[in-house]
Ligand binder design. Structure first.
Ligand SMILES: Cc1cc2nc3c(=O)[nH]c(=O)nc-3n(C[C@H](O)[C@H](O)[C@H](O)COP(=O)(O)OP(=O)(O)OC[C@H]3O[C@@H](n4cnc5c(N)ncnc54)[C@H](O)[C@@H]3O)c2cc1C
Length: 453
């Protein structure tokens, strides 16, 4: 039967690959799904189950004012296996969607293995295969395959470390304190946050007191000079930061002409200027400490952190240099990328990009053009970000409200209400767009999930 079907290969049966394989099979395309576990485990995975949750059991907050909530709703609408299984295996977790991890992974595995168009191959892949391929090998991609990808794309396109700085929402920056200016009179592309000596003292004391994030025992953090975490730089002495990433030279205030005691600079992250990252502020501090320290920076006292800084081993492509928003590679259109390898962060984001990459790989096999969800949807915002973000120092991104256009402010309406409007707008746009993907509809949501006996 399969000889009559078009074929693609999906590499990796994690969050992204499981979703990609099913999405392609639902479009009537046969899939060779290659997964190295359990023959070879990664340093974080412990089982041979597909979509194994390597750490937390949470898919993030739910609800109509939550950015992850919108992406969850979109994936339920699309019939995503990860969201369907998550709902079928959820455990109480307040406002978050958390799951009983073993039955969750078993149900994803069973649904993928049961599909008549999917053939599972248990082996490590060491080279990018021929034909139409979805690469979804995640943050711990096997070394040989990573080297082959590097050979294909060039050294600079594959990152092996996340050394990410926090990113804040523009509308949470106090622009009465901050000012735009480039160092030494260069273009005013940066937002500067000036410290007095007293403010710096309070900031430094808090940084010293903050506990460093405890690394997982499988990773050995080696710090390169160029991406040293701020807490490490701070440990070298009270003034080291003032001579490093917090150097105030050339950042005299445009109105007073006064040079601050120290300064933090913010660099624009997305084309619309809704998200700004703290320059040179990569950190592995625990999130609670990180938030407290960021909010001690003048101008960021009410900052909303849309992505926290992290320091850990990772494998991901420089998506803005390589990917189209369809998740196909611009220079290698037969290759699609999903999950962490494509520059996303998180279980949910990985499964969502898996679904889109699998759908578009199948569409290519069928001779159809790629599709991209509308700009108002969370998935549409995320893949546009991947394709258009600043490639310099690119770091993986998770779902957040900075990825989609804001709505007009209505008097008396708070942030929460505005986000609820954005949620409803995004979900309606996703529902209206979904038929463009095509394919025989299989029932969506939890009802389809197979739970093995
Ligand atoms: C230690 C650790 C902890 C994390 N904790 C969290 C967390 O708490 N919450 C969260 O949202 N995200 C977390 N993440 C990020 C997490 O990995 C992703 O959110 C998600 O699992 C990524 O999905 P993926 O499909 O891209 O990769 P994965 O889910 O890792 O799937 C990739 C698959 O590819 C397989 N593979 C790799 N190389 C090959 C090869 N050469 N041949 C064949 N198969 C191969 C792997 O065995 C794996 O099954 C964590 C990551 C790490 C490393």
């Amino acid at each position: 039967m399969e000889a009559t079907h078009k074929r693609i290969t999906v590499v990796g049966a994690g969050m992204a690959g499981s979703e990609a394989a099913l999405a392609a099979a639902r479009l009537g395309v046969a899939v060779d799904l290659i997964e190295m576990r359990p023959t070879k485990l990664t340093p974080a995975h412990k089982t041979g189950a597909f979509a194994e949750l390597v750490c937390s059991n949470s898919f993030g907050g739910e609800g109509e004012s939550n950015a992850k909530g919108l992406l969850q709703a979109e994936m339920l609408e699309a019939g995503g296996i990860v969201m369907g299984s998550a709902h079928a295996n959820r455990v109480p977790a307040g406002a978050a969607l958390a799951v009983d991890r073993e039955p969750f992974s078993r149900s994803v595995t069973a649904a993928v293995r049961a599909h008549p168009l999917i053939t599972v191959h248990e082996r490590e892949l060491t080279k990018v295969p021929d034909g139409i391929v979805v690469l979804a090998t995640g943050p711990l991609t096997g070394d040989a395959l990573a080297a082959d990808i590097k050979g294909l794309l060039g050294d600079e396109f594959l990152g092996f470390y996340d050394a990410a700085a926090p990113v804040v929402a523009y509308d949470s920056i106090d622009m009465a304190v901050a000012y735009r200016k480039g160092r030494y009179g260069q273009a005013a592309d940066y937002i500067n946050l000036p410290f007095t000596e007293e403010e710096y003292g309070a900031f430094y004391a808090a940084l010293e007191a903050a506990r460093s994030h405890t690394p997982h025992d499988w990773e050995k953090l080696e710090f390169f000079e160029g991406c040293m975490p701020v807490e490490e730089i701070g440990r070298r002495g009270r003034d080291t930061l003032r001579f490093g990433p917090m150097k105030p030279v050339g950042l005299e205030h445009p109105e007073t002409g006064k040079r601050p005691y120290a300064a933090v600079q913010l660099r624009q992250e997305d084309a619309e200027g809704r998200m700004w990252s703290l320059v040179g502020f990569q950190t592995g501090l625990k999130w609670g400490d990180q938030k407290a320290i960021v909010q001690l920076i003048p101008g960021l006292q009410a900052a909303e952190i849309v992505r926290y800084g992290v320091m850990h081993r990772n494998t991901y492509l420089n998506a803005p240099r390589l990917l189209a928003p369809t998740l196909g590679m611009r220079d290698h259109p037969r290759l699609f990328v999903a999950g962490v390898l494509a520059g996303t962060e998180g279980y949910l984001e990985s499964s969502a990009t898996g679904w889109l990459a699998g759908s578009n790989a199948a569409r290519r096999a069928l001779g159809l053009p790629g599709v991209v969800p509308p700009v108002e949807t969370m998935l549409g915002g995320l893949v546009r970000y991947l394709a258009t973000a600043n490639p310099q120092g690119f770091q993986p991104m998770n779902a957040n409200w900075g990825l989609v256009p804001d709505v007009d402010k209505v008097k008396g309406q708070g942030k929460r209400e505005r986000r609820e409007v954005m949620y409803r707008r995004g979900l309606a746009a996703f529902e209206a767009w979904l038929p463009e993907v095509g394919g025989a509809a299989e029932p969506a949501g939890a009802g389809q999930v197979l739970v093995p006996a």
